[in-house]
Every structure is written in structure tokens, then in C-alpha cells.
Design a protein around this ligand. Sequence first.
Ligand SMILES: *Cc1c(COP(=O)(O)O)cnc(C)c1O
Length: 231
Amino acid sequence: MSPESHSAAEIPERLRLVEQEIAFACEASGRSLHAVKLIAVSKTMPAAAIEDAIEAGQRIFGENRVQEAHGKWPALRALHPDIELHLIGPLQTNKVKEAVALFDVIETLDRPKLARALAEEIERSGKRPRLFVQVNTGEEPQKAGIAPDHAAEFVTLCRETFNLGIDGLMCIPPHDEEPAMHFALLAKLAHELGLEELSMGMSGDFEQAIAFGATYVRVGTAIFGTRVLLE
Ligand SMILES: *Cc1c(COP(=O)(O)O)cnc(C)c1O
């Protein structure tokens, strides 16, 4: 099973393999299998590939661009109403309306201006996606997310000033560092803030993220194969 292959027939097999690895990681860390949910990251993938994953039983998906998701998902959702769709990429305030309409979970809340825009749109539309705060655990200047030192203050602002329920935290560790310390930091912050959900771990490190308490892992390549289009 080469990762270079894009044969759609392999998607169900890869999905089963990832599910097995999640089960092993849960067992190894003494966690219940039900405590960890798999987000199949379908960014850049065509609807046909997504359909293969849905047919194989997958129901939770992640996309990183509002525009791309808007092009693919309304039709898929009409056919499969029980899908749970997560936004895992940066959200601009001018896309908030579309994002609230389309996504069940927005994982990338990371600044007061976005919190205000989300609060206004939720009030206006009556639709209330679940919200995670993205934390820039590596404090990388080019990366989205609130700095770890400001996470508590920001979560309080969301809750008290904007009346937004926050369900969890999300992080994307730096490419060139051991992810373990980032997962540990995110778990510690979530614990301190009384937040239940932890979205962390990708194709290369989801087993480790599970050991550190991930409740959602976001896996793309290991399910769909290498992305050929630009992200
Ligand atoms: C693309 C992406 C993933 C999935 O990455 P893989 O390495 O393909 O599993 C996870 N999280 C975010 C935020 C992403 O943009």
C-alpha cells in the first residue's frame, strides 16, 4: 500500500488501518476507544474520494478552507445528513457567515475579532457550531492560534464577553519539533480551563496524541493518500 497511490479503492482499507491503530493506541494508554474520535481530513480530495470514506462508515470530516468546503459539502450533506464537519483551517471574519452555516465544529477560534464576529453570526442565524480555541503551542509567528500564555484570558473573554461556549482546544505542533511536549502543553491548558475536547495528532503522530489525551485526531494522508493539489 504505497502512500503515492491515489486509487480510491484503497481508501476503505486505509481507513480500517487507521481505526485499528487508534484502537491499539487507546488500549496502550488505557483509554476507552469511545474517548477518541477520528476526523478524516478531506481537504483537496474530490467528492468521489469522500464518498468512498462515507461508504466505509466514516462520518466525521475536516476541511481547512471554507470556500473549498462550500463547493463540496452541501451536496454530500444532502445525501448523508449525519455527517459532522469540522473547520480546521484559519477563518477570516468575512467568511464567518458561510462557516457558521456549513460547519458543525469550528476548531480555529483564535482572536477577539473572530470571537465577536462568530457571536454576532450565531445570534443572527440561530445556528450554534461547537467551538474549539486554537493554541499556537510552538509560538510560531507565521502560525495561527492564540499564544499559550494568553489562552486562559482568551477563553474567559469568549465565555464572558461574547457568551460563546468553548468545548475544547486544538493545536498544530511545529513540523520540526517533537510533538509530545506540544500535546502535553495543550492537555495541561485544557485541564486548567475545564475543557473536555482536545483536537491534536495528524497522520504522523496521532498515536502519540492519543497517549496525551486527544479526543479528536485529524488524519488526512494516512486515509486519502498523498495530496496532489495545493493545500
Ligand atoms: C491537513 C491537516 C491535517 C491532516 O494532516 P495529515 O498529515 O495529512 O494527516 C490535520 N490538521 C490540520 C489542521 C490540517 O491542515
